[in-house]
Design a protein around this ligand. Structure first.
Ligand code: SIN
Length: 408
């Protein structure tokens, strides 16, 4: 049983089917409505000859502020390229240069522009589409929409899920037995007033795991994305990808001062927690008013900047213009917003939790790769790498009945 339908859950389901499991996938909205489809910047991975796993590992550990698990981070960067190639084989068309090579993307705290993207700034949506199509074509039973009420525990092992099946008007309670459950329920951004996360990100998977007795850790490590179009009564907050700063956009206070220059040698491309904290301080000093993201100088003329922004960031460009702003002409107001939960259900390197027959993958899990601050575009990668590992492990685990001691 897989609960959740973002990159981690869908990948786990596909790998579990390939390793011989009969898989049921439960999702609380339509399959496509996971947080994955809102990921803009891309997926990080060592896909170029002049990049290296050592450099990606170093960047991951530095961004994690020394609190990552180095072994988990090593698995992430070593196995990342194979998972990215798998996504390509499954139909994800990452953006390419006219000569055929991948377009390189730079994001904060990366020492190399190793972020691949699709549709400019629609990477998550391209990945979600391809994986959903593959899962729908595979021998996976899909239950949608179905809310995870609880995990069912007997004699200390997980034996199934207790669901509310159907939409909000007349849900039906249903219990489905399972030899193993892979939680892929995502994060908890909706706990915050301002978040980039969609309505489904309510943390209920972590709550269910806690009630089942699973260990959780690092829940205090919540990442705030620095640059989000502020929400209002009429509009939800809207993410402005770090890739915009990777292309050269800068941050300014109300007076036009480029404040990040004084804070970190990498200025706007400092680790995300550094930038978000600094923006919060600047906002406090200007009575809570947003700071400004200045993308007006990305090309020599306004006309060229307009064309560049529309081509490179079509989704963001449309959202900015819908709000009546022309970001090629003047800087736009941005604030930080809750974005990603680094902590979660404690797992080993194959997604196993402290409760036998319960796995956790993706944002609901705490594999240890992100430490106190996730490196940009490592989240899709983590979902793919550890989703695959859990899917690969589950059949053999169920057959053997063994469950390694997570502390060992
Ligand atoms: C972004 O595009 O800035 C978000 C990417 C991420 O959260 O890794």
């Amino acid at each position: 049983m897989v609960v959740g339908s973002g990159i981690a859950g869908l990948t786990a389901a596909l790998h579990a089917v390939a390793s011989g499991c009969r898989v049921t996938l439960v999702t609380k909205d339509a399959l496509e409505h996971a947080n994955t489809r809102f990921a803009q910047g891309g997926i990080a991975g060592v896909m170029f000859d002049d990049d290296s796993a050592a450099a990606h590992l170093r960047d991951t550990l530095v961004a994690g502020a020394g609190l990552s698990d180095p072994e988990a981070a090593r698995v992430l960067v070593d196995e990342g390229p194979a998972r990215i190639r798998e996504l390509i084989a499954w139909g994800v068309a990452f953006d390419r240069e006219p000569a055929g090579g991948f377009v390189k993307g730079l994001e904060a705290a990366h020492s190399y522009p190793r972020v691949l993207h699709a549709g400019g700034d629609a990477t998550g949506s391209a990945i979600e589409r391809a994986l959903v199509a593959r899962v729908r074509a595979a021998a996976v039973r899909i239950v949608e929409p179905a809310f995870l009420r609880d995990l069912v525990v007997e004699a200390g092992r997980i034996v199934g899920v207790d669901l509310l099946v159907g939409d909000g008007s007349a849900p039906v309670r249903e219990r489905i037995a399972a030899d193993a459950v892979i939680l892929a329920t995502g994060g908890a951004g909706q706990l915050y007033a301002h978040t980039t996360n969609p309505p489904v990100a309510t943390g209920d998977g972590i709550a269910a795991a806690l009630r089942a007795g699973a260990a959780v850790v690092d829940l205090e490590f919540v990442q705030f994305h620095p640059t989000v179009l502020p929400g209002s009564a009429a509009e939800a907050p809207f993410l402005v990808s770090e890739a915009v700063r990777g292309e050269g956009a800068v941050l300014r206070d109300e007076q036009g001062r480029r404040f990040m220059l004084e804070v970190h040698p990498d200025a706007e491309l400092a680790p995300r927690d550094v930038v978000a904290r600094t923006i919060a301080e600047v906002m406090a000093a200007q009575d809570g008013r947003p700071v400004l993201l200045d993308a007006t100088g990305l090309r020599p003329t306004r006309k060229q900047t307009t064309a560049f922004l529309a081509a490179r960031f079509p989704t963001i460009d449309a959202a900015v213009r819908e709000r009546g702003d022309d970001w090629a002409r003047e800087p736009i107001a941005v604030t930080p917003a809750a974005h990603y939960l680094m902590g979660g259900v404690t797992t080993d390197l194959s997604g196993r939790t402290s409760v036998p027959d319960l796995y956790a993958v993706g944002e609901v899990a705490r594999t240890g790769v992100h430490g106190a601050n996730r490196l940009a575009s490592n989240s899709l990668l983590e979902g793919a790498v550890f989703g695959a590992r859990a899917g690969d492990a589950v059949a053999a685990d169920v057959r053997s009945g063994a469950w390694p001691d997570p502390a060992g």
